[in-house]
Write a protein that binds this ligand. Sequence first.
Ligand code: GLP
Length: 258
Amino acid sequence: MEIIILPGAEDVAHTAADIIEERLRSGPSVLGLATGSTPLGTYRELIDRHRRDGLSFAAAQAFLLDEYVGLPASHPESYHSVIRREFTDSVDFPADAVHGLDGASYPAAEAARYDASISAAGGVDVQILGIGTDGHIGFNEPMSSLASRTRIKTLTGQTRRDNARFFAGLDEVPEHVLTQGLGTIRQARHLLLLGLGEAKADAVAAAVEGPVAAICPASALQLHPHVTVLLDTPAASKLAHTEYYHYTLGRKPAWQGF
Ligand code: GLP
């Protein structure tokens, strides 16, 4: 894992956008997109670069991480709607290049279809990830199998409360979701974990410096050969080895890139 601690959320968004831009400019790309508030700054930066510098997504495809079960795609808080509203409708992805899970389908069949469609696209080149306060990535709640594939999961009370801000009330937050599994996510070639704000500090510390354990699903990223962790200073505040992370970033060879 490469741990990059930056002063603020804008710096995280800028660096994440740099990594994605470099991938897009290198050829046809498959991006893995996360929802939630954390990547929104990155998406806004990518939209700006599209409008200002002509950064193009015309040769790219995108796969979402997860979806609520029971919400039709047309629901304003379905991840299908959110990612279009916040990002993909504002750039030039080709029609049908943004793939998501159908929360209204029979879950087992939909999960198998989705894993097969990611493989058919050649796999994900860069996967953006946020982290839940309980250490979840996608919607892989604590005790998710580290080898899991896309499947249905039951949300914890904490995640439903965390996400209630997007709905009219807690009762409207679905109890079930479809999510790429930890094994599915780990097949992406480059994982980009973003963490913003002090509320994420415990989860980030457990994921990065704790043991690899299903109790903290994001700790599964320690088993991946290419992970970049981009944190603002509050999200990094519970890490024990910040001095070393700053030291290595200061000595990063110019040719290396992320
Ligand atoms: C949601 C999403 C995750 C996201 C996480 C954190 O439940 N399924 O993909 O990373 O929660 O959300 P936020 O970035 O809003 O804190």
